[in-house]
Design a protein around this ligand. Structure first.
Ligand SMILES: CC(C)(COP(=O)(O)OP(=O)(O)OC[C@H]1O[C@@H](n2cnc3c(N)ncnc32)[C@H](O)[C@@H]1OP(=O)(O)O)[C@@H](O)C(=O)NCCC(=O)NCCS
Length: 148
């Protein structure tokens, strides 16, 4: 069985698109290739993004997309964001997400980030449990919505 010792964490590259689309499809049961193409393209144009993948052997087993705030939503530059995290179900429950998040936090700290925000759906139990285990708590921001 693969152990965390074999994990290599590195920056996400455009060539990781296929692997990310596959992980996303395994997790959500839907192929969202065009969504990911656009998302990675937008990301590549942003200098503030910090995105990482975890490789087990030569295989991309998980990814995390992060960002340093550029005053979006009126929040200062000391805020970092976790946009998305995804681990291939074959490799879940081995500490991969924790390793990716800790590495991202290291990078965010180096950019002067003091607080990290993320948005999680109330129904995403595994993500809520994961962020809780990482020490995340409910923040002061609330999300508002209007159906139109
Ligand atoms: C949530 C997720 C990131 C966790 O990844 P992981 O590598 O399995 O997490 P870790 O092994 O680092 O877990 C760390 C801790 O988080 C908590 N945790 C993680 N997954 C959990 C789950 N499914 N249920 C309950 N707690 C969970 C546990 O406390 C765990 O510690 P433990 O193993 O000592 O109990 C992963 O399940 C995932 O990718 N889910 C889908 C997320 C998603 O929808 N992403 C967008 C599309 S790709």
């Amino acid at each position: 069985m693969d152990s965390l010792e074999n994990v290599k964490i590195r920056g996400l590259k455009t060539e990781d698109l296929d692997a990310i689309v596959k992980i996303d499809e395994k997790v959500l049961g839907e192929n969202r290739r065009s969504y990911w193409e656009k998302k990675l393209e937008l990301m590549n144009n942003k200098t503030s993004q910090i995105s990482l993948v975890a490789e087990m052997g030569e295989k991309v087993a998980g990814f995390i997309l992060g960002d340093v705030s550029g005053w979006e939503f009126g929040v200062p530059e000391t805020i970092g964001w976790i946009d998305t995290i995804g681990i291939d179900p074959t490799y879940q429950k081995k500490g991969l997400a924790t390793a990716l998040a800790h590495e991202l936090i290291k990078h965010l700290k180096a950019h002067g980030v003091k607080t990290i925000y993320t948005l999680v759906s109330w129904n995403d139990w595994d993500l809520l449990q994961f962020f809780h285990a990482m020490g995340f708590t409910r923040g002061d921001m609330i999300n508002l919505e209007l159906k139109i």
